[in-house]
Design a protein around this ligand. Structure first.
Ligand code: ADP
Ligand code: MG
Length: 300
């Protein structure tokens, strides 16, 4: 199974590129899942089909999945209810499971859990991850060390506290340990998958404008500092062939940023996608897939 993680700033074309990638691998006969990790799902709009909260087959070899965060939050809460009860109890916070999914950092945990389920199930040849603008990949990478230090601490307190917790309610302390271990195993499995170039690759989508190029540079730097290699960059919304003075100025400025990216990331695959002059969805995705992979700007 291969994971293709599509990251980048908001609005640059991540979902379009994810959907086009899914179409390309599916059309080459590979079982593919397009998995939305952006709470503001947009794959159904882009594929122009209803998707829903369970993986749904939308064409030959292609499944799409937009997890319902509230539903998943309830499932997650149930899975880890002992540890969550203990944690929130410790800080004297009362949490309604239905609000839980909206707490900071929890979305990442829930998606990590979901991605892990998909990853260990090994049902697909490719999983294309359409990520949230905030580059959720970072929390995914940091989770194992967070959970590891947490587990170490809890294990350190084990003798002192687990017995007490067990006294409060028989088996409570042991259940907490079991849940923490399960959470850590999942986080580690996903980190190991993401840092293995045979399993995962990251594609950063950007546009040839200062703010987007700068944000991409920071994203690539941080992700690579965590040991995950970004192998492809898509420069989207590139204006081609227009003689009006507005476009001429824009083309000149875009060219500077494109050259800059090509120079800085000479070792990576860099694809340039034109501005298609309107929303890209449904059948329009084939053209994007052709431009990215058919023309071998990117390879899978
Ligand atoms: N190359 C392009 N040409 C024209 N419109 C595009 C192009 N790429 C993306 N779009 C449009 O831009 C909008 C944002 O794209 P989307 O993929 O949803 O961005 P993101 O997922 O990064 O927020 C969508 O309406 C999409 O149809
Ligand atoms: Mg999107």
């Amino acid at each position: 199974m291969r994971l293709i993680y599509v990251a980048g700033k908001g609005g640059v074309g991540k979902s379009v590129c994810s959907a086009a990638t899914g179409i390309w691998t599916a059309d080459s006969g590979k079982e593919t899942l397009a998995f939305s990790m952006d709470p503001a799902h947009s794959l159904s709009d882009i594929f122009d089909v209803e998707i829903g909260s369970h993986p749904r087959k939308i064409r030959e070899h292609l499944f799409a999945y937009e997890p319902d965060l509230e539903e998943e939050a309830r499932g997650f809460y149930h899975r880890y209810k002992n540890i969550l009860t203990a944690l929130f109890g410790l800080f004297e916070v009362e949490v309604d499971p239905k609000d839980f999914g909206h707490m900071p950092g929890v979305t990442e945990l829930i998606f990590m859990d979901k991605l892990n389920d998909i990853y260990v199930e090994k049902k697909y040849d490719f999983v294309v991850i359409d990520s949230a603008p905030t580059a959720m990949v970072l929390p995914l990478l940091q989770l194992p060390s967070i959970t590891t230090s947490f587990v170490t601490r809890v294990l350190g307190m084990r003798n002192k506290w687990i017995g007490v917790l067990n006294l409060l309610e028989s088996g409570f302390g042991d259940s907490i340990l079991k849940e923490i271990r399960a959470m850590r195993v999942k986080a580690e499995t996903m980190r190991n998958a993401l840092i293995d170039p045979k399993t995962a690759s990251i594609t950063v989508v950007t546009i040839p404008e200062k703010a987007a190029v700068e944000e991409s540079r920071r994203l690539i730097e941080t992700v690579e500092a965590h040991g995950v290699y970004v192998d492809s960059i898509v420069i989207n919304h590139v204006i081609k062939e227009c003689t009006c003075s507005f476009c001429q100025r824009k083309i000149a400025s875009q060219t500077t940023y494109i050259r800059d990216l090509q120079r800085r990331y000479a070792g990576k695959h860099i694809a340039v996608l034109p501005d298609y002059g309107g929303e890209v969805k449904g059948d329009g995705l084939r053209q994007v897939a052709e431009d990215l992979y058919g023309k071998q700007q990117l390879v899978i």
